[in-house]
Design a protein around this ligand. Structure first.
Ligand code: TMP
Length: 205
């Protein structure tokens, strides 16, 4: 397998972190040099910015300020972690990337998609090779996410209507970029979801 940049996306509690870990483990076991990383975060500076974004009151930042903070974190992550790994021939599996900003800040938090796209073009200008969007019932996903009581619930605290908007936003995104984004039915156990991911990956290779 040549160097690849693979991302997982989805609403809060959709199980994408579990699936990212599982795919990384499978590829490692096959001898692929893989790094597993996440956003916001994935580099020391971006992990510091993460805390500002995921903790505290939902009203803490406006959607516009969030776009700037997520993009700042992404830029650092790209410079320090993602690009060096890809250049070293590694496969990068990333739990969330720019699609989350397109959907969370660009669509669900406000009508800001154009701003998100402009900043992305200026500061990031990089797309994954392959994206898995774990699609599932927002009610079940939100209950699962909140049950974790991780202290990182700022976006979960925006409620069920927000998660429904997010789901619709991810579905639209998948329809707009079908060559890159693959919707995975997350309304099943982790083994069945992992199986769907493997099938899509094998077909894409
Ligand atoms: P996580 O819980 O998947 O680690 O993600 C942290 C939260 O940040 C999650 O609620 C989604 C949100 N988020 C955005 O709103 N915009 C973004 O660009 C990213 C990467 C995450």
């Amino acid at each position: 397998m040549t160097a690849r940049f693979i991302t997982f996306e989805g609403i809060d509690g959709s199980g994408k972190s579990t699936q990212s870990k599982r795919l990384a483990a499978v590829l490692k076991a096959q001898g692929t040099d893989v790094i597993l990383t996440r956003e916001p975060g994935g580099s020391p500076g971006a992990e510091e910015i993460r805390r500002l974004l995921v903790e505290g009151d939902p009203d803490r930042w406006s959607p516009e300020t969030e776009i700037l903070l997520f993009t700042a974190a992404r830029r650092d992550h790209l410079e320090k972690t993602i690009l060096p790994a890809l250049e070293a021939g590694k496969t990068v599996i990333c739990d969330r990337f720019a699609d989350s900003t397109r959907v969370y800040q660009g669509t669900a938090r406000g009508d800001l998609r154009q701003t998100v796209d402009q900043l992305h073009d200026l500061m990031i200008a990089r797309e994954p090779d392959l994206t898995f969007i774990i699609d599932m019932d927002p009610e079940i996903a939100l209950a699962r996410g909140l049950a974790r009581a991780s202290g990182e619930d700022r976006f979960e605290d925006l409620g069920l209507a927000f998660q429904k908007d997010l789901r619709a936003g991810f579905q639209t995104l998948a329809a707009q970029a079908p060559e890159r984004c693959h919707l995975i039915d997350g309304n099943h156990g982790p083994d069945a979801v992992a199986e769907q991911v493997r099938t899509v990956l094998n077909a894409a290779l």
